[in-house]
Design a protein around this ligand. Sequence first.
Ligand SMILES: C[S@@+](CC[C@H](N)C(=O)[O-])C[C@H]1O[C@@H](n2cnc3c(N)ncnc32)[C@H](O)[C@@H]1O
Length: 279
Amino acid sequence: MNSPYQALPTPLVPPEKPVISGGEFQPGSVALVGAGPGAADLLTLRALQRLQQADVVLYDHLLDSSILALAPATAERLCVGKRASRHTLPQADINQLLVSLARQGRRVVRLKGGDPLLFGRGGEEMEALAAAGIPCEVVPGISAALGAAASAGLPLTHRDYAQGCSLVTGHRRQGQQTLDWPRHCTPEQTIVVYMGLGEAASIASQLLAHGRAADTPVAVVENACSARQRCLCGSLQNLAALIEQEGISAPALLVIGQIVTLHQKLQAAMAGQHAAASS
Ligand SMILES: C[S@@+](CC[C@H](N)C(=O)[O-])C[C@H]1O[C@@H](n2cnc3c(N)ncnc32)[C@H](O)[C@@H]1O
């Protein structure tokens, strides 16, 4: 059969090593590295390179040990915590530690789940480093929403169902105003809520109060991209009950919107089953 596509010529000399353009990791600097949603093979090449060059790695609770194992055996590993409201070290102390380790002339990796600049206080850490005159770089990572979308068959946008997607947090600073819900309430919009388990009932009632339909589909994706991943589907009106009945615990994301109706079909396709077999 004639293909409408032309094969591209294979390069004569394949590159010996992947090309990484991140430059040198200078002693006395900090790399904020995104570790992705869990699986070590979802790290970027640059994240791997920085880990392999690290003298010291500061990491959070949720990080998989297989990712930490990629740093040299000689690198110091410091767990600085972070689990919703249970911080091992207060943020100000983490900032100070980053500054003082860099001032010792070490190559410091601050390893953060997902992407460092999305709901991860990476911006605050950069501000502290900038104030102290410490050079820093950011290595982006696959955020949990993108990992969950890929591994659970939840396309965050789709021409027939969702023209946009909001990434929001369910965890607000004390005294901080609630989200601007009307902005997130158009029916052709997917909402992904990070850190939303504890607030699921109030999030659902806010969305209902601002006009989202009670039967709007919702998926709760727990431990995305790991062998323990679960994706449970329900609707806005039964979201809180679903979380309780199924004993869902962190880390988990709420994915809200019509694209959730595709989950079963796409999950089956990813498992190599024919759509007809799953219906
Ligand atoms: C402090 S935020 C960090 C987000 C991270 N910077 C990112 O880009 O994914 C932690 C929240 O991300 C979500 N999360 C992180 N990893 C996850 C995973 N593997 N599966 C589901 N949700 C995850 C959960 O909502 C969790 O409470």
